[in-house]
Design a protein around this ligand. Structure first.
Ligand code: GLN
Length: 322
């Protein structure tokens, strides 16, 4: 018992060290302002939460401040499209390859066959949202998010949604372009409305840690033993997170941190551990690629000190598994 307590103290001390590193680099990033409402975020916010399959939670800083998940929604809409439209259909519309381009790039669409490269970039996520088969796709999305984050209070931020809906001309051009070539299912404005809503759902770092924990456990909630997701779907989603989840920084991030992750311009990053743990971080100042600078700095310390890299080849220091 005292061994666990000592370990807990060391883990919490490491979290504080990671937060300090995160604070040190905040000045290198800036809050997103291309969606006007996002510019109102508090630039000094920073927080982290880790949850493990044996019920431990380590959290510090602004881990319970809600923010809009933005592109983290792309992982949930991918799950929903796989559940409702199926693997074959979805991947006839969108690929599985990293792009090396910005998250909102249009460039590759015409250069290739108009099929977006993957579901983790805007073009791919808009197509994926159009593939969701449900009477009310946004409600189905919200129900899924609430279940996987273990938080029934999760809700839409109306202001951010309206702000993006009224300014999202680039996403609009992507949707209309893809409609013109028959890649997008449904009416562009209807699909965009669902996409903008999905991006505007509020979560906390703690919610994200819970979600990551369930992915880490192959889709089973370790607290109840209930299976929430098909393991095949978990495999697809976490693999695409590893390959494409950090946009055109995915390669460098995989080398340095090595955890399947997804970021959003609201400042969140969700990171899936191996062997039963999940991490959520939050810091709205972003680097040039649109990823949280403070969040990445925190994850780098955690990855190094807890030996979390997926390919580290040694047991990690959070769960003792590899
Ligand atoms: N809602 C944002 C957009 O479509 C999401 C982008 C992101 O988080 N990178 O531009």
């Amino acid at each position: 018992m005292s061994g666990q307590m000592e370990n807990d103290e060391w883990i919490l001390a490491t979290l504080e060290k990671a937060m300090e590193k995160g604070r040190d680099v905040l000045c290198e990033g800036a809050v997103a302002n291309y969606i006007p409402e996002l510019a109102k975020a508090n630039p000094s916010n920073l927080g982290v939460c880790i949850r493990t399959s044996d019920g431990r939670t380590y959290e510090t800083g602004d881990f319970d401040i809600p923010f809009t998940m933005q592109s983290i929604s792309k992982t949930f809409s991918l799950i929903l499209a796989l559940q409702t439209a199926g693997y074959e259909y979805l991947f006839s519309k969108v690929g599985m390859e990293p792009t090396g381009d910005r998250f909102d790039s249009i460039l590759q669409l015409e250069l290739k066959d108009m099929r977006p490269f993957n579901p983790m970039i805007n073009a791919g996520a808009i197509v994926t949202a159009g593939c969701v088969r449900a009477a009310n796709p946004f409600q189905a999305f919200l129900d899924l998010v609430r279940r996987l984050c273990g938080n029934p209070k999760i809700h839409l931020n109306e202001k951010v949604y309206m702000s993006e809906k009224s300014t999202g001309t680039r996403n609009r051009s992507i949707a209309y372009l893809l409609k013109s070539v028959g890649v997008l299912d449904g009416e562009p404005e209807d699909v965009l409305d669902v996409y903008f809503r999905m991006c505007s759902v509020m979560v906390t770092a703690r919610d994200l840690a819970n979600y990551a924990l369930i992915l880490s456990c192959g889709g089973v909630d370790p607290a109840t033993g209930e299976r929430l997701l098909d393991p095949q779907i978990v495999k697809v989603v976490t693999t695409l997170m590893m390959l494409c989840g950090m946009y055109d920084e995915s390669g460098e991030y995989a080398v340095k941190i090595g955890l399947p992750s997804k970021s959003g311009v609201g400042g969140g990053i969700v990171a899936v551990g191996e062997g039963g743990y999940g991490i959520g971080v939050f810091g709205p100042r972003l680097n040039k690629k649109g990823n949280s600078v403070g969040g990445e700095a925190i994850l780098k310390v955690l990855s190094d000190d807890f030996l979390l890299h997926t390919f580290a080849g040694v047991p990690n220091k959070l769960t003792g598994k590899s």
